[in-house]
Design a protein. Structure first.
Length: 396
């Protein structure tokens, strides 16, 4: 019964009802639909900078004032893994998407009626300003040991998580339903649903390829057998599929990693697993990149050019750090990129939110399982540079 009330099921219901309503709706009803969709979209975009500040800054401050060395290496490998997955997905997109049965619907669509009224809800700051502000405050608070600011940021994180959990997530099914109603009324979505099934299967195959690559590299770098870690990660993978949240899976992931000692060091597990749960989202990034290319082809008739995708991938690796421990966190944190860099409108944004959330459990499972590989790299780094357990305790 819990599965029937989960977010993916609610979104799926929203898709079904929206498509059905769009086939039967008249212009009068669509006036209301497009107006409500616009307002809900404004509300979601308003929350994006808050999400970024609420999750990046506290994650940095928790590392402590002596975290620069370990933090630098950890962030570097997490970012490299994320953008590596993004570029891998981009290359696959340029090869595979043109061969999918996608028929562009950019011409001959039925026009949507005008809004009944327009309610703008501008964000308190731009997405990039929120990202830079979060990193500056987080690092400065860690360097100066600002306990009061650190505590305040942790409390702000809980507030933002409540906003996401109590406001953004509950309105998503309605936003999706109204969006798919609009797409169905236009006639731009009804022929493309089978394509999304193909895309999800392709993305899942990409997850396993990337995880295999990560563990292979980690084994070579550390000189240890990565299979000794992978064999213990089954419970974490299954839990992530069920929770769709790295944060909710953290306790199980820690338990699985603890069973992998050796080759993992206990102090590296305590340091790395909670950190990577917040900043390493290779599976989600891989998924989002392939999906944005597919959605662009479906709605706008073209795949974004290479230079645009390169910029999107490089920035997405940074924005993924802001993804909260809630379903769809990565795509919500990167809404600024989707609209700003790729130029998606409300229909494209809503479509991304939907298909991302429907498979988010497998992307999260890839993230969580990949954290074990990065922790093995941390162990190798600590061993190579003579970092002792008591040095890590001072960082933590």
């Amino acid at each position: 019964m819990k599965f029937l009330t989960s977010l993916p099921m609610k979104l799926l219901l929203g898709v079904i009802l929206g498509v059905a309503a769009g086939q039967a709706a008249g212009a009068g009803l669509m006036n209301v639909v497009v107006t409500v969709r616009y307002i809900l979209g404004q509300l979601i975009l308003f929350c994006v900078p808050l999400i970024i500040i609420g999750f990046i800054a506290p994650s940095i401050t928790l590392l402590g004032s002596n975290a620069s060395r370990m933090l630098g290496f950890a962030v570097a490998i997490a970012y490299i893994s994320s953008i590596g997955a993004a570029f891998f997905s981009t290359a696959a997109g340029y090869v595979l998407i043109p061969n999918l049965s996608i028929v562009s619907n950019v011409e001959g669509l039925q026009s949507l009626p005008d809004l009944v009224f327009k309610l703008d809800i501008p964000p308190v700051m731009s997405v990039m300003s929120a990202l830079v502000l979060s990193m500056c405050i987080g690092l400065a608070a860690a360097w100066t040991k600002a306990a009061s600011i650190t505590n305040a940021l942790e409390e702000f994180q809980r507030i933002v998580l409540a906003i996401v959990s109590k406001i953004v997530i509950p309105v998503l099914p309605f936003f999706i339903a109204f969006t798919f109603c609009s797409l169905s009324y236009e006639g731009s979505i009804t022929k493309q649903l089978p394509v999304f099934i193909q895309v999800i299967l392709i993305v899942m195959a990409g997850h396993y390829i990337w995880m295999a690559l990560l563990y292979g590299i980690a084994g070579i770098y550390s000189g240890k057998n990565p299979f000794d870690i992978v064999k213990n990660y089954g419970p974490a993978y299954i839990t992530a599929v069920g929770t769709m949240s790295s944060a909710a899976t953290l306790a199980v992931a820690l338990r699985c990693a603890k069973k992998s000692e050796p080759p993992l060091r206990d102090d590296m597990v305590d340091f790395g697993i909670p950190l990577f749960a917040n900043i390493h989202l290779c599976g989600s990034v891989l998924t989002e990149v392939f999906f944005v290319m597919t959605v662009s082809k479906i709605l706008y008739g073209v795949i974004p050019p290479v230079e645009t995708m390169v910029l999107f991938c490089l920035l997405l690796g940074i924005f993924a750090i802001a993804a909260p421990g809630v379903p769809g966190g990565t795509v919500m944190a990167s809404l600024g990129l989707i609209t700003g860099v790729l130029g998606f409108d409300e229909s494209g944004t809503a479509l991304m939110l939907t298909i991302f959330a429907l498979q988010d459990s497998f992307g999260t499972a890839c993230n969580v399982t990949g954290d074990g590989a990065l922790t093995l790299m941390l162990t190798g780094y600590a061993d190579k540079h003579g970092i002792k357990p008591h040095d890590v305790e001072r960082i933590m």
